[in-house]
Write a protein that binds this ligand. Structure first.
Ligand SMILES: [Zn+2]
Length: 334
């Protein structure tokens, strides 16, 4: 019998210990402390148990450092795809001058190829940052897809929470003011579409999927948050979101973060993050349950497999890349 389940892609943004510390304003991030060597082995085992091959969006600076080389190499050796998650992981990269942005993408790509042996064909901006310049650069470099948008209204709330918890100077606050999107991001499409660029070129966009209609997130961090109230609530919400995607013909792109799978026992420095009182084992157990449920509704694949399938469609919507996080208008007021 042919598999009737539509495709869904699964990806993990490989944000490292130092980038969480940097975003939070903690001292010591400059030495680039890493948890990749302890984080990746149990995660790759958990994916094997599910029979899943996913996409890891890798940060260039991590790929360039020797202490991460073996762990990153194991990602591609075990059959996963790697994507480009920028070099420095600065969520304000949409405000870089064009030349700096070009270097940022190229340097990350080179480091990722060096560490993993695989050339990325997909990009996700740190903190869901993007710009028209970024898309032009990705097209020039032969990328197949971008995955930097998150159509939800909860972005401004996430920003408020972040500012509430972070230790930042006024300059830092100005630099980070456009983080996590605006209300306008909540109005962008949930289904895949094409960005219309100059010279009739287009770039495939695969948004991080939110609940069709109500646009609340259903990535794993959000589901784990619900599991704190009750695991039944979490699974009920996930099933409702998956069913709504099936009903509306939305093929989800499902997002994972390291803190969804990393226990407080593995990264004591991140104790201030919500959910870090859970052990890594408990998180991987919930992860297994969530991915098993998602697999009942969809055939789970990596991002490039999903992108190639979407790219054959002639009926995808086309949009102009307007209203990027910066749009040249400087920091927004809180
Ligand atoms: Zn990231």
């Amino acid at each position: 019998m042919a598999d009737q389940r539509p495709l869904a892609s699964v990806s993990l943004d490989l944000d490292n210990l130092w980038s969480y510390m940097k975003t939070h304003g903690d001292a010591g991030w400059e030495s680039r402390p890493t948890y990749l060597p302890v984080f990746l082995p149990p995660v790759l085992d958990a994916l094997d148990r599910l029979g899943l091959r996913i996409t890891f969006f890798v940060v260039g600076v991590d790929a360039a450092r020797a202490e991460n080389a073996a762990a990153l190499r194991s990602v591609t050796e075990r059959g996963h795809e790697v994507g480009n998650h920028s070099f420095e992981h600065e969520p304000w990269l949409h405000r870089y001058p064009r030349e700096q942005l070009e270097r940022e993408i190229a340097d990350a790509e080179e480091a990722i190829v060096g560490a993993t042996g695989q050339r990325p064909i997909g990009f996700r901006g740190p903190g869901f940052s993007w710009s028209a310049d970024l898309f032009e650069i990705l097209l020039d470099r032969g990328y197949l897809y971008d995955a930097s948008t998150l159509p939800t209204f909860l972005g401004p709330l996430a920003r408020a929470y972040y500012f509430w918890t972070a230790k930042l100077s006024p300059e830092d606050r100005a630099e980070r003011a456009a983080l996590f999107g605006s209300v306008r991001d909540g109005l962008r499409p949930i289904k895949a579409y094409r960005w219309r660029m100059a010279n009739r070129r287009t770039l495939l966009e695969i948004p991080v999927t939110t609940f069709p209609g109500i646009r609340t997130p259903f990535h794993l961090s959000y589901l784990l948050y619900l599991s704190r109230i009750s695991e039944r609530l979490m699974l009920g919400y996930l099933r409702a979101a998956a069913a709504a995607c099936r009903l509306t013909g939305t093929q989800p792109s499902f997002l994972l973060h390291p803190l969804d799978l990393l226990g407080g026992d593995q990264a004591p420095a991140l104790a201030f993050f919500p959910g870090m009182d859970l052990t890594g084992e408990r998180k991987r157990e919930l992860f297994h349950r969530v991915l098993t449920v998602l697999g009942e509704y969809f055939t789970l694949v990596n991002m490039s497999t999903h992108a190639r399938s979407l790219d054959t469609r002639s009926n995808l919507a086309v949009r102009k890349p307007e209203g990027a996080p910066s749009a040249g208008n400087g920091p927004k007021a809180m």
